[in-house]
Design a protein around this ligand. Sequence first.
Ligand code: GLN
Length: 239
Amino acid sequence: MDTHQAKKDVTVGILALQGAFAEHQVALQKLSCQKKVVIVLVRVADDLARCDALIIPGGESTTIALLARLAGLLEPLRLFLKKKPVWGTCAGAILLAQAVENTKKGGQELLGGMSVTVARNGWGSQVESFEAPLLVDGLRDPDQSFTGVFIRAPVVLSLSPSPEDPPLEIIARLPAGLLPRSQTLVSPDEDDTDPRDPRTIVAIRQGRHMLTTFHPELTKDSRFHEYFVRACVLPSLSP
Ligand code: GLN
């Protein structure tokens, strides 16, 4: 490999088995950062081996896990997570959780990597999709809200880091009072305006990993992609 090239480029993989991987590709192509971002659509272990970081898109987490198993990618993905940055959006966030509730019958295979418990399809069946303006301090132009697109999104139920895990950093929450009402999550007499409620958490970083329960790739705003590369990927590259 040309070492000069290797230093100038950063290779970001997108797991391309199912779901919104093409949209992530478009968002990454728009980025301008201090290194050239080379994009790899990951379908087999050899693709993953070329990557400095990985994005797991939204889609259907059970299908992605099944296809990853069939492609022989589950164990390579788990090993990758131990060393390199991974960002999961929506279904991808479910796969990064250490535990998930409301799984399909027969349970659900996870990759783990983040000390978070989520509920799959946690906003209930009537309110499957919604948009919410998010104010996110860590993004470029933090005064401009980021449109969070939530589609059958998971809900964060709890954070449970053990002392040896990197700390969890909450990057974004739903504005207080915007918790969608669903039979399972918010009953009419429950206070849904408590800003500390874990269900309001929609983006988290833990060490080199990140999850967003919404779909930044379905907007034209690539500030979350920029954030992932700047805050998680570039610092993890060996000098
Ligand atoms: N509910 C889906 C799942 O369980 C996730 C939805 C999405 O990624 N938009 O995987």
